[in-house]
Design a protein around this ligand. Structure first.
Ligand code: HEM
Length: 503
């Protein structure tokens, strides 16, 4: 009898403990495990931790909280990924949940109520435009057809540097490189140069600068809910002014294009391709005028500063590493010779120059953070990431990850001679152009412009740093801005090596 009692007692204890353990397990497993997070302040959340330079601040936080952590930007829930493994989870393994970009009110207003491509949600309009971009606007054939524009701009740039060299005058390279990038993009887009003496295009250059400034600034009403309907920083008035001026200018340019199309005298440029697409009745989506205007804005915003600043960082690194500069110049002399200017077609034969550009993009990626927005709840690396979370992929930190790069802070192009890494989103410790479906569609154009401009600059000139040309090295501090500007403009005196002979 006592045996039966003990048996029943044992059975009841077993049953209760099983139920309790299951219930306990269920409640803990049902509770989402969010990524770790620093202590948040009321209202501003973690905004105070982003200073002075957000990608650097995130990198520091990752040393304490791990490769993925959660922050609140005011009231906007965000997650930051700082390792190649985490970048791969978001951009490849669970890519489908992270194909949108977060919206901000300045971009939405300037793009006629989010009618653009770069910030369009991943849906039928984005897919349609992506197809047009890859098959007609930025594809190999169009880029080849527009090659004379790029070569002409480089020839003009070399000639203007040559004049400075003759009188020993210092050049502010930031300004000059933004100018050549603007000219290339503007002529490819709409057959207009952005040089100062042409009114329309000069105004476009000013507008591009103002747009980069205002969209790069932190707008309190986007992040702090109590300021949602207040315009404490006076952005609204400036945005209205910028969009009105942009609209007047671009309308005029579109009308000029339409006029020359009527007379069958149109030039080959991207705006004419877009107008063809808009007129094509067989297209599944009808492009509106606002779509066209905001696409042009996208390309100016995404394609000018990025290439210019990359060239500036690359030249600064070469000035600080004379042995690397010498090796690059020797390669150019050997492959191109001394009687003609380097051309785009030489790039495949200039392996060391290619390695220099990759090393520059690794350390000074002008898209230091990739921004995405989650569209559904997802478990990533064991953490619950809710829908509508802003995702930051810290590209800058990936390029400096000591688990993937030997002596990561050293500028050493030779590392790319040993490992055949490309920049097209397959290697998650090297993502200067992003990865996956929303990767940068301007890679080929950017790489052509960067290699040819940098290559020509070091082929034709020696560079003496500083206003008086007497600095032995240049400062490599980063400044504030979304495209990783240098804290100090690179100012140098060009000294002629070869006569820039146009091809
Ligand atoms: C060094 C030069 C450049 C760098 C470092 C760069 C970097 C990037 C990065 C990191 C992204 C986000 C990718 C992602 O979310 O995975 C991006 C997107 C984009 N880039 Fe670039 N870019 C450069 C030049 C250009 C040029 C020359 C153009 C056009 C002429 C361009 C057009 C775009 C556009 C339209 C997007 C948005 C794509 C989309 O949302 O689907 N970029 N770029």
């Amino acid at each position: 009898m006592s045996d039966i009692h003990s048996y029943v007692l044992f059975f009841i204890i077993w049953l209760i403990s099983t139920i309790l353990i299951r219930a306990l397990f269920k409640s803990t497993s049902a509770k989402p495990r969010l990524p770790p997070s620093p202590f948040a302040l009321p209202i501003i959340g973690h905004l105070h931790l982003l200073a002075p330079i957000p990608h650097q601040a995130f990198h520091k936080l990752s040393l304490r909280y791990g490769p993925v952590f959660r922050i609140l930007l005011g009231s906007v829930p965000s997650v930051v990924a700082c390792s190649p493994e985490m970048a791969k989870e978001f951009l490849k393994t669970y890519e489908n949940a992270y194909l949108d970009r977060p919206q901000n009110s300045a971009v939405a207003y300037l793009t006629y109520g989010s009618q653009d491509f770069s910030f369009a949600p991943y849906g039928s309009y984005w897919k349609f435009m992506k197809k047009i971009v890859m098959s007609q606007l930025l594809n190999g054939t169009t880029l080849d057809l527009l090659l004379p524009i790029r070569q002409d701009e480089i020839n003009r740039f070399m000639k203007s540097l040559s004049q400075k060299a003759k009188i020993g005058k210092a050049v502010d390279l930031e300004g000059q490189l933004v100018r050549i990038s603007n000219n290339v993009i503007s002529r490819m887009l709409m057959s207009e140069r952005c040089s100062e003496n042409e009114d329309e295009a000069g105004e476009m250059k000013k507008l591009v600068k103002e747009i980069a400034e205002i969209t790069g600034k932190f707008n309190l009403s986007d992040y702090i809910w109590i300021f949602k309907n207040l315009d404490l920083q006076g952005f609204g008035k400036r945005l209205k002014d910028i969009r009105r001026r942009f609209d007047e200018l671009i309308e005029r340019i579109i009308k000029e294009h339409e006029e020359s199309r009527k007379q069958k005298s149109e030039k080959m440029d991207l705006l004419n391709i877009l107008l063809d697409v808009a007129q094509d009745e067989s297209m599944e989506i009808k492009l509106t005028r606002e779509n066209i205007k905001s696409f042009i804005l996208d390309i100016f915003a995404a394609g000018t500063d990025t290439s210019a600043i990359t060239i500036e960082w690359a030249l600064a690194e070469l000035i600080n590493h004379p042995n690397i500069m010498k090796k690059a110049v020797d390669e150019i002399d050997k492959v191109v010779g001394k009687n003609r200017l380097l051309q785009e077609s030489d790039i495949p034969n200039l392996a060391y120059l290619q390695a220099i550009v990759k090393e520059t993009l690794r350390l000074h990626s002008t898209g230091p953070m990739i921004l995405r927005q989650s569209t559904e709840d997802c478990i990533v690396a064991g953490y619950h990431i809710p829908a509508n979370t802003t995702i930051f992929i810290n590209v800058w930190a990936l390029g400096r990850d000591p688990n993937h790069w030997e002596d990561p802070l050293e500028f050493r192009p030779e590392r790319f001679e040993q490992h055949n890494l490309d920049v097209r989103g397959q290697h998650f410790h090297m993502l200067p152009f992003g990865s996956g479906r929303r990767m940068c569609p301007g890679i080929s154009l950017a790489m052509q412009v960067i290699h040819t401009t940098l290559g020509s600059m070091i082929q034709c000139f020696d560079w003496k740093a500083g206003e008086d040309g007497n600095l032995t090295s240049v400062n490599m501090e980063e400044g504030l801005g979304i495209t990783l500007p240098r804290a100090n403009h690179l100012i140098c005196i060009p000294v002629a090596r070869l006569d820039p002979i146009p091809v």
